[in-house]
Design a protein around this ligand. Structure first.
Ligand SMILES: Nc1nc2c(c(=O)[nH]1)N[C@H]1C(S)=C(S)[C@@H](COP(=O)(O)O)O[C@H]1N2
Ligand SMILES: [Mo]
Length: 486
């Protein structure tokens, strides 16, 4: 029992010093689990569990790590009992936990948290024991109980400290600092988006207040912008490497861009919009001189994520390397210090924490394609239905967002009789930019009783969003969103 508690203490102690960063002992194991998990399992988890799947993975990783450290503590206690020394038990447990944590994370300082907490737990256990751990006599239930209670108190103590310091050890949505200064031009654009938002209760404004996150790991990389660099490699005339100063010196632009995840449900909420500042990828590629037979490219990132797609996706200024989101530096969870934005394409290839652009000689599979997905192409058109509100005058107001990538949305049609008849919804005035969603809203007199509301988007060219229903795997969801309203 004492060893088990020491194992838990190691995890908690590591969290106390490292927080939810890659230096937290659970982070590498979580990442490893996600990598070795068969594609079908991951896909099942995404489709049926959503982000719960990732939390399960994290929980499993946490349990595994605690067990490993418990085994290390068990070994330390065993050796120390042989030597009849409680001091050795404490020191050996601490040393093994420190060393084990360092071996997993490569971060020596934060690993001390694991060592101190595990060693400390054994120490309080030994003190509470009265006669000394090495005195044996596990048969004495009183001593055993005292040990356990003392050690448990130790774990709870360290746990409280780390929660106070770092909050719960779960992925946090935008941890964006409250006091960041927003550049002046960006503020004007954000104000414009604010003005053009329809302001309907229950739907996000045109600039999302809470921007979704999809990551292969529970713990995001923590990249030091000073040390960061981006390399253009592979089939180029000359490989080049640039740093953040180089990027900032380049001609930049600011654009509203919507992202949508290929793995989301048809009416899901993994579709959001922000104002991004960055540079055109082609300006960098030109410097390196592209010489790729397949005309294709692989983007690689600090979390070992990689996605491959045709270079043509960067045509017409559709490839951007962004370092600001909504006028502030990119938050860590959205790829600090630099991410790719590939307009009109599924979120998947909008690689975060980007550190290498490799020009390829022949096509290859990306991270998700290795797991059966086809998410490197253009997004599907969708009109979502996220609000059904009762107006004061007895009418109803339904509303949502519509998005068609670079094809653009020209109209949203709403049916309140299950698709028999259609009317045009009001649309938010278009924001400047080629790849940005619009809001729609529609007020109507309810027919009395239950009825079926259906929505569909019309693209700029007049093409109607496809009615054919498909799940998100492997190409992204299609079909018309409908909801029974009463
Ligand atoms: N490095 C890296 N980039 C990544 C991912 C990732 O796991 N790692 N996820 C991708 C997926 S599947 C999507 S939908 C978008 C989500 O971007 P967001 O988290 O900023 O919303 O990022 C993409 N870029
Ligand atoms: Mo995604």
């Amino acid at each position: 029992m004492l060893a088990l508690l020491a194992g838990v203490a190691a995890v908690v102690g590591s969290y106390a010093l490292a927080g939810f960063t890659p230096a937290y002992v659970v982070a590498p194991v979580d990442a490893w689990l996600q990598r070795v998990m068969p594609g079908v399992v991951v896909t099942f988890a995404i489709e049926t569990l959503g982000s719960l799947g990732q939390q399960l993975n994290l929980l499993t990783a946490t349990g595994l790590v605690a067990l490993v450290f418990a085994a290390l503590a068990r070994a330390a206690l065993y050796v120390a009992a042989g030597a009849r020394s409680d001091a050795l038990a404490v020191v050996a447990t601490a040393g093994l936990a420190w060393g084990g944590s360092f071996a997993l994370t490569g971060a020596l300082g934060p690993a001390a948290g694991a060592g101190l907490a595990a060693g400390g737990t054994v120490a309080v256990g030994a003190l509470a024991d009265g006669r000394g751990l090495h005195a044996g006599g596990d048969a004495d239930p009183d001593r055993g109980r005292r040990r356990t209670i003392a050690a448990l108190a130790g774990v709870v103590g360290v746990g409280s400290v780390s929660m106070l310091r770092n909050g719960l050890p779960v992925p946090s949505e935008d941890e964006g600092g409250g006091d960041v200064e927003i550049s002046e031009g960006a503020q004007a654009d954000l104000d414009l988006a604010d003005e053009r938002s329809l302001g309907v209760d229950g739907i996000e404004p045109l600039i999302s207040e809470s921007f979704y996150n999809v990551d292969i790991n529970s713990v995001d990389p923590q990249v030091d912008a000073e040390e960061w660099s981006l390399s253009i490699t592979g089939a180029v005339e000359e490989e080049i490497t640039v740093d953040m100063d180089d990027i900032r010196e380049m001609e930049s632009r600011r654009e509203f861009v919507t992202l949508r995840c290929v793995g989301e449900n048809l009416n899901g909420k993994k579709m959001d919009t922000a104002l991004w500042t960055g540079v055109d990828v082609r300006d960098l590629l030109e410097r390196a001189g592209v010489d790729s037979d397949c005309e294709c490219v692989m983007l690689r990132a600090a979390d070992d994520y990689f996605e491959e797609f045709p270079l043509a996706a960067f045509d017409d200024g559709h490839g951007m390397l962004a370092y600001e989101m909504n006028g502030a530096p990119l938050p860590r969870s959205h790829g600090f210090p630099l991410r790719a934005l590939v307009m009109g394409h599924w979120g998947e290839i909008n690689v975060k924490w980007l550190d290498e652009i490799e020009l390829l000689e022949r096509e290859a599979d990306g991270y998700w394609e290795q797991r059966g997905w086809h998410g490197t192409g253009p997004v599907h058109t969708v009109a979502k239905l996220h609000a059904v509100n009762d107006l004061d005058d007895g009418r109803k107001r339904v509303a949502g967002h519509a998005y068609a990538g670079v094809r653009g949305v020209s109209a949203v049609e709403v049916s309140t009789d299950g698709g028999d008849s259609w009317s045009n919804a009001r649309l938010s005035e278009e924001l400047p930019g080629e790849d940005v969603w619009r809001q729609w809203a529609y007020d109507y007199e309810p027919p009395g009783g239950q009825h079926e509301v259906v929505v569909r988007a019309i693209e700029d060219g007049g093409t109607v969003q496809t009615e054919e229903e498909m799940g998100s795997f492997p190409n992204g969801p299609t079909g018309w969103v409908s909801q029974t309203v009463r």
